[in-house]
Design a protein around this ligand. Structure first.
Ligand SMILES: [Zn+2]
Length: 421
């Protein structure tokens, strides 16, 4: 038995509370223990409490004195497109010059350019690139990552991406939750109807039988997959036992949030254009909204989703990075906390709840991760600050000091390597 006594956190953010996603006022309660600590045995949390109590019951446990820093659950990133080849630097520069999405696509950019590069990259090269991305997440304090396919768009290339996600789960310290997003775009060389047929009759059955994904997602948007098409794909996925997430109402208020409610999807993601009717529909069907401020920021838009209205309506709001090469090239949850507070008027506490326990529930792991409570996995990060609000306040650099998964230190390299005392 290996055991660890974590001592002297200025604030230990336990996020302890009711065993369900947090809503309304609950999102502001981080259940903080001042000068807090934890006793960890074999990768699981055994006791959480004030440091002097942990010290009394520590026995032979190895001491980790965090020296008055903040300790919090590992971030849970519930929306990423982590596996892709190359970058979209030309698109980035064209956008800076003021070119539109259509002009960029006409010049050979956009999602299709990433699909071509990803198809042309071998399994092992794709894995190496994705492993590098994964290390960036870890350095920002994230320990669980949902990752979508969607840059292959053929049977073999979608399977290739999902197998890379499985390998990342096996060979990196992070836990990955795989989502099939074959309906990300219609490939250029096939008609929409033929492609939907391929997604439903070939991709979904292979993926379900090989258990390569837990969720199915669709880019529900005019010009991509309309409401009826999205419904057809998601209904087929549900029959095969996959749970549902939907890219909804990003560019237009096209009814994606209402479709998520109708299909009892776990999440509706983006929601930049969702109105009060969409919010009410999500509330009645208990769909969790996943807000992605990084893509609004990186696209230079000002249209952030209505986080305040969603919280006030009682939705269990989540924030995630949407890490992808085109519209959100950031793996940093602390950056998302900053955007949530400065652009969406969430409080630092609400943003932390949204990026830990609420996110964990959307991945079906609310009973294992997302808070620091007895029985849960000892996935946590130490941040080089004394007050949790600093996580959202300072921005543009990482304050992460070290990161632990199942009680093992998997990354360390903070600003001040030696403890204060
Ligand atoms: Zn996305």
């Amino acid at each position: 038995m290996s055991s660890l006594a974590v001592l002297h956190a200025s604030e230990l953010l336990t996020l302890a509370g009711t065993e369900r996603p947090r809503t309304g006022q609950e999102m502001s309660n981080l259940a903080i223990i001042q000068d807090g600590g934890m006793l960890i045995c074999d990768g699981r949390i055994e006791i959480v409490g004030p440091s002097d109590e942990i010290e009394k019951s520590r026995g032979e446990a190895e001491i980790v004195d965090v020296g008055g820093r903040v300790v919090l659950p590992g971030f849970v990133d519930a929306h990423t497109h982590l596996v892709f080849a190359g970058t979209r630097l030309d698109d980035f520069e064209r956008r800076a010059r003021g070119e539109t999405y259509e002009q960029i696509a006409a010049a050979g950019g956009g999602i299709w350019s990433t699909v071509e590069k990803t198809r042309a990259t071998s399994d092992s090269d794709l894995f190496e690139q994705a492993k590098k991305h994964a290390s960036w997440f870890l350095k920002c304090g994230t320990t669980t990552v949902e990752a979508k396919s969607g840059y292959g768009l053929t049977v073999n290339d979608e399977l290739k991406i999902l197998r890379v996600i499985r390998r990342l789960n096996d060979e990196t310290p992070l836990e990955f939750v795989p989502t099939f997003l074959g309906a990300h775009a219609v490939p250029r060389d096939i008609s929409p109807n033929e492609y939907i047929d391929l997604v439903i009759n070939e991709m979904l059955s292979r993926i379900a039988s090989e258990k390569l994904a837990e969720f199915c997602d669709v880019f529900c948007e005019q010009g991509y997959f309309g409401i009826e098409q999205s419904k057809e794909i998601l209904t087929a996925a549900k029959k095969l036992g996959l749970k549902l997430r939907i890219h909804a109402d990003q560019l237009t208020n096209s009814g994606g949030a209402k479709l998520a409610a109708e299909l009892k999807a776990t999440t509706a993601d983006h929601l930049e254009k969702t109105d009060e009717r969409g919010i009410a529909a999500m509330k009645s069907a208990r769909v969790q909204p996943v807000l992605l401020p990084g893509s609004v920021y990186a696209l230079g838009s000002r249209c952030y989703p209505r986080a305040r209205e969603m919280i006030e309506a009682g939705l269990a709001v989540v924030i995630a990075t949407d890490f992808n090469p085109g519209s959100s090239p950031s793996p940093s949850m602390p950056m998302m906390l900053s955007l949530a507070c400065t652009q969406m008027r969430m409080s630092p506490a609400e943003a932390l709840t949204a990026s830990t326990i609420n996110a964990a529930y959307t991945l079906g792991r609310g009973d294992k991760i997302g808070s620091l409570e007895p029985g849960k996995l000892a996935n946590f990060s130490i941040f080089d600050c004394e007050d949790y609000r600093e996580l959202a306040y300072w921005f543009g650099f990482s304050q992460a000091h070290s990161v632990y998964v199942r009680g093992e230190r998997v990354w360390s390299g903070g600003l001040r390597p030696s403890a204060k005392n």
